[in-house]
Each structure stands twice: as C-alpha cells, then as structure tokens.
Ligand binder design. Structure first.
Ligand code: PXL
Length: 279
C-alpha cells in the first residue's frame, strides 16, 4: 500500500487543507500520514475571530522520529504554509525524505483572483517559489504563479503565449511538471494547463465552468490529483481526474438549496472519484 505524507495546516472547520486531504487520500486507497503545521478554528476566509495555533516546533521532532523509524513516502504533498520558517523546514523535509520513488507535489496555496490571502506578502510568495523548485509537480493557480514569478497578473482574456510563458518559467524553477489550475480559454469552460519540461510539451483539459467559485477547491484538486498519481495514473490522467472530481463536488454543492459558502460538498462526490480512479 502506498503512503503519502501531507504537510499543511488543519483548519478545524471549513473544508480545506488537511480536513480535505485526509479523506480524499484515504478514499484513493492510499495511507495518509500528516504533519499539521498549525491548528486554526476555521480557514482565514472567515473574516475575523479565527484562532491560530502554530505547530512549527513539531515539524522537526516528527521528522526526526520518522527518520529513526525509517519511514518512507511514495509522495510528499504540501499545501498552505504559514511562515518563512515553515518553508525552510518543509524544504529540509524534502531533502531528508526524497528517494527515487518519492513524488513531491507542491500546492503553493496562498492567493487567488489576483490577491494574496490574509497574512501573506510578496516576499513570502517568492519564498514559496523555492518550495516549488524542489517539486516534481507544482499546482498553483494563475495568481499564485504570478506572485511567485513576479509576473504581471492578467485575470481574464489572457493569451496562450502569456500562459505558456508562465508555465515554462514555473518549470524552470525546478519541477518537471508545471500546472496552472483554473485556466480558461473559452467561455463556459474551465480546467488545467500543464507543461512537461522533459518532453517539452503542453497538456490541457477542460470541462464546464460553473457560474460560481468556491473556497477550498484548490485543496480538493491537489489532494485528488495526488491520490490519482498514487494509483499509478499518469500526470495527465491524474489531472483529468482532479478536474472531473472538483467539478462534481461543486455540482453537488450547488444542488443543495442552502449550501455553505465556505467549502464544497466533496464528500458527496467521492463515489465519482472512485469511479474515475477505476477507469
Ligand atoms: O484552502 C487553502 C487554505 C488552507 N488553509 C488555510 C487557509 C486557506 C485559504 O484561505 O486560510 C488556513
């Protein structure tokens, strides 16, 4: 059985980060180990009052214990990180645990729609680029990619050349596969674009664009993508699975009359995820 370790915060309520990664990776039939980097009462899109307890001091002792126990991982998947120190510790974790078989997936969760999330700075985004540099696959959205690369953000009506240039610059940081989520070149369509540096080739996949955007979809995408990879699907097929599953989770959310604003009903789309994985 394969084993993933996911390193990110646990927002106790809000359907993001580890409360999403754990169930999705488990559903994929893969062991989910975690290093929680912080405990928050909710994610930071709740405008005020959320609690935050930093767990940076746990990262090294957990890692040291695991090294003594000789644990290894088929994938290391990182998401939201809260400080420069956590960035350094995560990079050290990669160095300590990466083997020939280990896939490193980095979701630099820190921004969307042209804006950084609360508490982040442009310098932090540049530091996050050094985490992506150590990945095999990085999966930012366009906003995150632009902040990491110091590129101008064009939210809509962008050209293919603009996106291809950003993908190539992301790959030049280090990862073989650079992915951009939330891409659209056609009205009513939304999906991903990917650049495979080794093959020097682009891949894209789109499906329906729903008239809403939800919090936490990036985490659902990255978790289901990593789970699919660990089921021996190719990067391209894993991206397709993640697009389809994320869309299904959004559809399930919209089907509910009084749906939550803070996260999507991915739980009700798990059966679809299993179907996609078994195809
Ligand atoms: O969904 C990414 C995420 C993860 N963790 C925390 C967040 C967010 C996005 O806002 O606030 C704490």
């Amino acid at each position: 059985m394969k084993r993933i370790v996911s390193i990110q915060d646990i927002s106790c309520l809000g359907k993001c980060s580890l409360t999403v990664a754990l169930p999705i990776i488990s559903a994929a039939g893969v062991e989910a180990a975690i290093i929680p980097t912080a405990v928050l009462s909710t994610h930071t899109a709740f405008t005020e009052g959320f609690t935050f307890h930093d767990l940076t001091c746990e990262i090294e002792p957990i890692s040291e214990h695991w090294q003594k126990e000789k644990f290894d991982f088929d994938a290391i998947y990182t998401g939201y990180l809260g400080s420069f120190e956590q960035i350094d510790l995560v990079k050290k974790f990669f160095d300590d645990f990466k083997t020939d078989k280990t896939y490193i997936v980095v979701d630099p969760a820190m921004a969307d729609n042209g804006c950084l999330y609360k508490g982040f700075t442009e310098d932090f985004a540049k530091a996050m680029a050094t985490v992506c540099a150590k990945a095999d696959v990085c999966v930012p959205n366009l906003t995150e990619a632009c902040f990491m690369l110091g590129e101008e953000y064009i939210g809509e009506g962008y050209s293919r050349e603009y996106i291809e240039n950003i993908l190539k610059k992301l790959a030049a940081l280090g990862p073989r596969y650079a992915v951009l989520t939330g891409m659209s070149f056609e009205e009513g369509k939304l999906g991903v674009m990917c650049y495979d540096k080794e093959e020097d080739k682009f891949f894209e996949y789109y499906n329906e664009r729903l008239p809403v955007s939800f919090h936490g979809t990036g985490d659902i995408f990255a978790s289901s993508f990593t789970g699919a990879l660990m089921n021996d699907l190719s990067v391209e097929d894993s991206l397709k699975v993640a697009v389809e599953f994320t869309l299904e989770a959004m559809r399930k959310t919209l089907a509910e009359e009084n749906y939550n604003w803070y996260g999507v009903n991915f739980e009700q789309a798990i059966s679809k995820y299993l179907e996609l994985l078994s195809k």
